[in-house]
Ligand binder design. Structure first.
Ligand SMILES: NC(=O)c1ccc[n+]([C@@H]2O[C@H](COP(=O)([O-])OP(=O)(O)OC[C@H]3O[C@@H](n4cnc5c(N)ncnc54)[C@H](OP(=O)(O)O)[C@@H]3O)[C@@H](O)[C@H]2O)c1
Length: 300
C-alpha cells in the first residue's frame, strides 16, 4: 500500500490507523466533511448529502479505507439519528462508487469497515463470517453497507470488509466510556454481566486494516476481534483494576438501561461471541490476545 485515501480519518480508528500507515511508509490523505479548520491530512472534502466530492485523489490513490459514519454510541437512537447512522454509511459508499465508476482512476482496493453487529445481539456459540446477517437495526446498517461495498467488485476493485469488534483504545470508545464512572468508584457491569464481548486492541485492528490493503489474497468479510472474548463483567472489572479503582457495585439492570437508552440498550446488552479464526488463517497474528493485557496497555 503506498497511496491511501481514508474516509472518517479524523475518528478514533482513522487517526490511529493514519499514524501506523505513515510509520509503514504509506502516503495518507483523508476525505472528510468540511470543517472550519481542516486537519493536516484532510486534503479532500465531500458532502454526500448533495453528491459533492473533490476528485484530486482519483489518479493518485491505490487503496481506499472507508471508515466514515455517524457514531452509533454518540446519541440516543431517535428516528432521525438512526437515519443519520444509516445514510452516512450508505450514501458515502454510493458516492465513492459512482465517482470511481464515472471517472478514470488508479484505485485497486477498497477496505471497508463494518461491525460484528451484523450478526445480531445473540451469538452464543463462536460465530464466524458464514453466519447470516440479522435484521435488527445495526445488523441491517452493516448488511446494507457491505452490499454497497461489494458493488465495487464490478468495477474490478478488490473489496475487503473488516467486521470490527469493540475497539479498546486509550483515546476513546468503550474503555473511555466505562472508565469515566469507574474513576469515581462507580464501575458496574450491565444486565446480568454474562454477555460476551468480542473486543480488539486498536493496534491489532489497524494492522488488520493495513494487511487487508496489502494482501491481495484477502477478499470478502473478516471479523476483527481477538480470539478470547470475555464477559461484560470481566471486561468492566479489568478496567476498574487497571485504574486501581474498586469494583463492588451491583450490575446496572437491563430494564434501567432500556429506560434510559431505549433501543440503543440492545447494543450494550448484546451477547457476541465472535470467531477470529478466518483472519488468523489469513496470516494475521494478534499482539493482544487477552482483554486484561490489552486494557492494561491502553490504560497505562
Ligand atoms: N470504535 C468501535 O468500537 C467500532 C466498533 C465497530 C465498528 N466500528 C466502525 O468503524 C468505523 C470507524 O470507527 P471510529 O470509532 O473511528 O468512528 P468515529 O470515531 O465515530 O469516527 C468516524 C468518522 O466518520 C465521520 N463521520 C462522523 N459522523 C458522520 C456523519 N454523520 N456523516 C458522515 N461522516 C461522519 C467523521 O469523519 P470526518 O469528520 O472527518 O468526516 C468521523 O471522524 C465506524 O464506521 C464505526 O461504526 C467502530
Amino acid at each position: 500500500m503506498k497511496n491511501i485515501l481514508v474516509t472518517g480519518g479524523s475518528g478514533l480508528v482513522g487517526k490511529h490507523l493514519t499514524r501506523i500507515l505513515e510509520e509503514n511508509k504509506s502516503e495518507v490523505s483523508w476525505i472528510g466533511r468540511s470543517k472550519k479548520e481542516r486537519p493536516f491530512h484532510q486534503k479532500y472534502n465531500w458532502d454526500f448529502e448533495n453528491g459533492n466530492i473533490d476528485k484530486g485523489w482519483l489518479q493518485n490513490t491505490d487503496t481506499i479505507i472507508h471508515l466514515a459514519g455517524a457514531g452509533v454510541a454518540e446519541h440516543k437512537w431517535s428516528d432521525s439519528y438512526k437515519k443519520e447512522i444509516y445514510e452516512s454509511r450508505i450514501k458515502s459508499t454510493k458516492l465513492l462508487h459512482d465517482t470511481l465508476s464515472n471517472n478514470d482512476h488508479s484505485v485497486k482496493t477498497l477496505v471497508c469497515a463494518s461491525a460484528i453487529g451484523i450478526y445480531g445481539n445473540n451469538c452464543l456459540e463462536s460465530t464466524d463470517e458464514t453466519f447470516p446477517a440479522q435484521t435488527n437495526f445495526l445488523a441491517k446498517v452493516c448488511d446494507d453497507w457491505e452490499k454497497e461495498a461489494h458493488k465495487f467488485e464490478l468495477l474490478g476493485i478488490r473489496v475487503v470488509i473488516i467486521r470490527v469488534g469493540i475497539v479498546l483504545a486509550k483515546e476513546g470508545g468503550f474503555v473511555k466510556a466505562v472508565s469515566a464512572p469507574a474513576k469515581w468508584g462507580l464501575g458496574a457491569a450491565f444486565g446480568n454481566g454474562k454477555m460476551m464481548t468480542s473486543w480488539i486492541h486498536i493496534n491489532d485492528l489497524c494492522r488488520i486494516f493495513m494487511k487487508a490493503g496489502n494482501d491481495i489474497n484477502m477478499k470478502g468479510a473478516y471479523n476483527a476481534v481477538a480470539s478470547n472474548p470475555v464477559s461484560n463483567k470481566q471486561i468492566t472489572k479489568a478496567i476498574c483494576q487497571a485504574l486501581h479503582r474498586p469494583y463492588f457495585l451491583p450490575n446496572v439492570p437491563a430494564f434501567m438501561l432500556k429506560l434510559v437508552l431505549g433501543e440503543m440498550a440492545s447494543m450494550i446488552l448484546a451477547n457476541q461471541n465472535i470467531s477470529s479464526k478466518k483472519i488468523e488463517k489469513a496470516g494475521y497474528t494478534f499482539v493482544f490476545n487477552y482483554a486484561e493485557e490489552a486494557i492494561r496497555d491502553v490504560i497505562k
